[in-house]
Design a binder for this molecule. Structure first.
Ligand SMILES: O=C(Nc1ccccc1F)[C@H](C1CCCCC1)n1c(-c2ccc(Cl)cc2)nc2cc(F)c(F)cc21
Length: 233
């Protein structure tokens, strides 16, 4: 019994992460803009670089509030952020698309994204991921913790002190496991399915540089921060 209960300190721990997650989220203005009209490939690319740049900035703020993160080796902190920023963006995009919207809005949004300038070949893997996230009907706490678990992935490139990152990720996974049992009592495999999405997320990582360089326009411009994070230019 006690195994399933979320303890007082786990509640406090979770509250820090969920509050920080909610505070550091891009307002849904990207959906408002996309629902307004179909932009050109150039305009969409600029919107993407703006969204992605500000999302990295909020991701850094969110990560700084993860208990213990700032006591990690500084180079490992950078390696974790660099290694997870693209995944965090796709995870955030998936969560945005799976947000309950008025009738027909999600379909319009999907259409706008399909015609945004992304090469056809990336649509399927990207929307498959978005659909699989949508089907999970994650509650906010699960979204926040899943993002934190993604950031604290020990086996990112250039991370030196794996065990230190594992020590931070483990309590997150434990709270996430209990949350899943609490919010999805009739789906004992829910937690496992949730973690399985992180594997799918990594495959999107492979595509992301090509997705950007093959955007239906020539000479794409990136912000310095995105050049850092996106391995482009
Ligand atoms: O803004 C974006 N994502 C995003 C980034 C940071 C925080 C929040 C975000 F939603 C882009 C837009 C940009 C403008 C053109 C259309 C796609 N975006 C993607 C996306 C992201 C990256 C690549 Cl390489 C290809 C598509 N998938 C989306 C799904 C959605 F439901 C959504 F609302 C926007 C989405």
């Amino acid at each position: 019994k006690e195994k399933a209960e979320i303890t007082k300190e786990q509640q406090a721990f979770m509250k820090v992460i969920v509050d920080s997650y909610n505070r550091h989220q891009i307002p849904q203005d990207v959906t408002k803009k996309l629902l307004q009209e179909q932009y050109s490939a150039e305009e969409n690319f600029i919107l993407l670089t703006e969204m992605a740049t500000s999302q990295v900035q909020v991701l850094v703020e969110f990560t700084k509030n993860i208990p213990g993160f700032l006591s990690l080796d500084h180079e490992d902190q950078i390696a974790l952020l660099k290694g997870s920023a693209v995944e965090a963006m796709f995870l955030r995009s998936a969560q945005v698309l799976s947000t309950k919207m008025p009738n027909g809005h999600t379909e319009v949004l999907e259409e706008r994204i399909r015609n945004s300038g992304i090469s056809e070949e990336f649509m399927t893997p990207m929307f498959n991921f978005y659909k699989s996230i949508g089907k999970l009907h994650m509650v906010q706490e699960e979204q926040a913790l899943l993002t934190a678990v993604t950031i604290l992935t020990p086996d990112r490139p250039f991370v030196k002190d794996h065990p230190a990152v594992e020590r931070l990720q483990e309590p997150m996974l434990e709270v996430l496991r209990k949350l899943c049992a609490l919010h999805h009592p009739r789906e004992p495999q829910y937690f496992a399915r949730l973690l399985g999405r992180l594997t799918e997320l990594r495959t999107l990582n492979h595509y992301h540089t090509e997705m950007l360089t093959s955007w239906r326009m020539n000479d794409q411009k990136f912000t310095p921060l995105l050049c850092e994070i996106w391995d482009v230019q």
